[in-house]
Design a protein around this ligand. Structure first.
Ligand code: F6P
Length: 548
């Protein structure tokens, strides 16, 4: 491996050039042919780790493609960067921070250092406090201001302080305390708060204010509304103490809000927001599923961390998936990746992955701040199967765009409706098969298709998919699945030579909104200094907004 500084730019590097030449030779290869010439393909292009099985045989690749992609990863220093991450080096260079979400799920005995300090004991101290608190809420020991036990938990947070908790709650509903209600308020639109609380009794409601910075506009606005809702509902300022806890790195901000330090669960600047669902940000998850299940989820994460760190790159699930994304994104020019979980409980998983992938790898400059001359992070989107089949799959099957898809399925159902699970999985396998192999005009004719319809019914196939299979959607499997994508994103970022752990792009809009708020609300006509479009929109809004 060459040092980063002496490494050639990505697109002129030997491994990239070799892939480019190889691409020219295989770009028209048909999955149908690849399968016909290699009877073992469905068995050999597979990998397993942390309880997840990956079938990547239905990709437009050969064994040589995999060899060249892995060579690219090696040339770009994936192994060194992975070691640097696990060693707590400040690989988030633009914010000068370690990136240690892997420490959040490390066993008690492990040692992982940031700035020369082993962070694992602090992680477990917080986990233990979370467990005590969760048990107290679940067991009714923690009571609200009027002495009633807590029945409703509302997480207020946005981005990484929302998407992970909501996704995990939905995913693990079957393991959750059914007698309790869990809701998630993110949007600054007051309708979100109103909807989440309209049927709840303040005396039985606990708010978790989740915000790494404790300054985020949306979260602070919703937290203030929640505070008022409790104070008005219970007719006491003192009620705040029993109805609010905070999850944050900003102890001062939390204290200012009026939450006692004993009711704050901390984390650290080396946990990125979108990598935080297994930190104290997961408090609502822990209350919902209980500490033992939360720990099983952490064990799943950790198992995938171990797989990522130790499995040879050629058999390494996140590495293979990351490299396949590079392959389609940079060589085939694919713009998007579809995420299709065949599990209704994973309905929020695509949204979760949108932040993970797009906030991490939507970058236009490399680590040296130079504009890149290649594509970086793809657009991520998706819906659970089979729902998507009846809306947008048409475009994937017959449209003009190449959309590589990840399809995720489980062998055992969570519900008692086994036959329906077979129907679900039959659809998953059928879709991957149909996308790969399609149906030709000849086949259609043989089957008696009316000639005038034949061209419209042809499915060309050759549409790539990854198929991820696990035994059951358990806490452990969810942890492994999330960690799989975290390290997949990492792999892509290393190849693209970008900082996957900052998010400067979100700042501009936030600052402009802060400037516009008083312009919308001031009693006197403000002097507007925006562009003519923004000025006119603000004026129109002021005219029509009503109220005071
Ligand atoms: O605006 C983007 C962002 O900074 C995300 O990265 C983060 O997950 C989210 O806002 C919420 O931030 P916080 O947890 O500090 O409220």
């Amino acid at each position: 491996m060459t040092e980063r500084s002496s490494r050639p730019p990505l697109t002129s590097s030997p491994a990239w050039q070799a892939l480019q030449a190889h691409y020219e030779g295989v770009k028209d290869a048909q999955l149908k042919q690849l399968f016909a010439t290699d009877q073992e393909r469905g068995e050999t292009f597979t990998a397993e780790g942390a309880g997840l099985f990956l079938d990547y045989s239905k990709n437009r690749i050969t064994a040589e493609t995999v060899r060249l992609l892995v060579a690219l990863a090696r040339e770009r220093g994936l192994e060194e960067r992975r070691a640097a991450m696990f060693a707590g080096e400040k690989i988030n260079t633009t914010e000068r921070r370690s990136v240690l979400h892997v420490a959040l799920r490390a066993p008690r005995r492990a040692s992982i250092e940031s700035d020369g300090v082993n962070v694992v004991p602090a992680v477990h101290e917080v986990l233990d406090r979370m467990a005590d608190f969760s048990n107290n809420v679940r067991g009714g020991k923690w009571k609200g201001h009027t002495g009633k036990r807590i029945k409703n938990v509302i997480n207020i947070g946005i981005g990484g302080s929302y998407l992970g908790p909501e996704m995990a709650y939905e995913a693990l509903r079957d393991f959750s305390r059914r007698s309790m209600t869990f809701r998630f308020v993110a949007n600054v639109d007051g309708s979100a708060f109103a909807e989440a609380t309209h049927d709840l009794d303040p005396a039985r409601t606990l708010f978790i204010i989740s915000s790494k910075t404790f300054t985020t506009l949306e979260t602070m606005a919703n937290a203030a509304t929640a505070r008022q809702w409790i104070v008005d509902g219970l007719k006491s300022e003192e009620a705040v103490a029993k109805h609010f806890v905070a999850v944050s790195t900003n102890a001062e901000g939390v204290a200012k809000f009026g939450i006692h330090p004993d009711n704050m669960f901390g984390f650290w600047d080396w946990v990125g927001g979108r990598y935080s669902m297994d930190s104290a940000i997961g408090l609502s998850t822990m209350i919902a599923v209980g500490p033992p299940n939360f720990r099983k989820m952490l064990a799943g994460f950790h198992e995938m961390d171990r797989h990522f760190r130790t499995a040879p790159l050629e058999h390494n699930l996140p590495v293979l998936m990351g490299l396949l994304t590079v392959w389609y994104n940079n060589f085939f020019g694919a713009q998007t990746v579809g995420i299709m979980p065949y599990a209704d409980n994973l309905k929020r998983f695509p949204a979760y992955l949108q932040q993970l992938q797009m906030e991490s790898n939507g970058k236009h400059v490399n680590l040296e701040g130079h504009t890149v001359d290649y594509q970086t992070g793809p657009i991520v989107w998706g819906e659970p199967g089979t729902d998507g089949q009846h809306s947008f799959y048409q475009l994937i099957h017959q449209g003009t765009k190449l959309i590589p898809c990840d399809m995720i399925g489980f062998c055992q159902p969570l519900s008692a409706y086994r036959h329906q699970h077979d129907l679900l999985m039959a659809n998953l396998f059928a879709q991957a098969e149909a996308l790969a192999f399609g149906k030709s005009a000849e086949q259609l004719t043989e089957e008696g298709s009316a000639p005038f319809q034949t061209p419209f019914r042809v499915c060309e196939g050759n549409r790539p998919t990854n198929l991820i299979l696990a035994e059951k959607l358990t806490p452990q499997a969810l942890g492994a699945l999330v960690a799989l994508y975290e390290h997949d994103v990492f792999t892509q970022g290393v190849v693209w030579d970008i900082d996957s752990f900052d998010q400067w792009g979100v700042e501009l809009g936030k600052a402009l909104a802060v400037r516009i708020i008083p312009e919308l609300e001031s009693a006197s006509e403000p002097a507007l200094k925006h562009d003519s479009s923004t000025n006119a929109l603000i004026r129109r809004y002021r005219n029509l907004r009503g109220g005071s």
